[in-house]
Design a protein around this ligand. Structure first.
Ligand code: HPA
Length: 235
């Protein structure tokens, strides 16, 4: 169907969860979805469709960073006519108020990428879909998660030279965490009149160097994925 996706039209559900890691996509499909079938395997960037609580839902890996994510997201929106995209990822903390394991729900996404500068002018401010955002926040609050509804920065650079300082004064302007995909996701979703949200678990703190351990990572991932799946039932 596309150079990056062999799924047929109709293979994806209206709602697609978007982890970066293909093996995490497989784990989500095998662990949470009923009757999951693989719909994409091109370049190992795995996609699956199954059901959650009886509702059809898909999961598609995006790879890391905005150029990779934008390819999968663009094609899901343009070719497969997907309506709701929920990124389930990790982020690095930039502000002392965010602790490892906290959930960051990205209301908006600043970026150092040139992608938006080329296609969405005037320093466009990419933002989440309000309905998805409010449903996810309600569910997170009901579950007692420590949640930050905040701005993130979608960076093109993972290995920054100077930790949180590399992001200058952004943390003092409500940008509490760094990840690598949300800005492109939000911009593309708006362009195609679809909904998007990024939910991220904070796995490493760029101020202190603290990192989540393997056991905590697994528990946090499970909580985040069920939050995203249950959000999909509310829309
Ligand atoms: N930078 C970018 N993305 C991330 C990080 C980070 O430090 N941690 C988890 N995702």
């Amino acid at each position: 169907m596309t150079p990056h996706n062999e799924a047929k039209l109709g293979d994806y559900a209206d709602t697609v969860l978007l982890p970066g890691d293909p093996l995490r996509a497989k784990w989500i499909a095998e662990t949470f979805l009923q009757d999951a079938k693989q719909v994409n395997g091109v370049r190992g960037c795995l996609g699956f469709t199954g059901t959650w609580q009886g509702k059809s839902i898909s999961v598609q890996a995006t790879g890391m960073g905005q150029p990779s994510a934008a390819i999968y997201v663009h094609e899901l929106l343009d070719v497969y006519k997907v309506k709701n995209l929920i990124r389930v990822g990790t982020c690095g903390g930039l502000h002392e108020s965010v602790k490892v394991r906290d959930v960051v729900i990205a209301m908006s996404a600043a970026t150092d990428s040139t992608m938006n500068a080329r296609f969405a002018p005037f320093n466009y401010a990419p933002f989440a879909d309000y309905k998805l955002l409010s449903k996810a926040v309600d569910l997170a609050d009901q579950r007692g998660f420590t949640t930050h509804v905040a701005s993130v920065v979608s960076s093109d650079i993972f290995y920054v030279p100077d930790g949180a300082k590399s992001y200058g004064d952004l943390p003092n302007h409500g940008v509490l965490a760094v990840e690598m995909e949300a800005a492109a996701l939000y911009t593309l979703a708006k362009r195609f009149d679809a909904r998007a949200l990024a939910i991220c678990t904070m796995t490493d703190c760029l101020i202190t160097g603290e990192q989540i351990d393997a056991g905590e990572r697994q528990t946090s991932l499970e909580e985040m994925v069920t939050l995203a799946l249950d959000t999909s039932l509310k829309i």
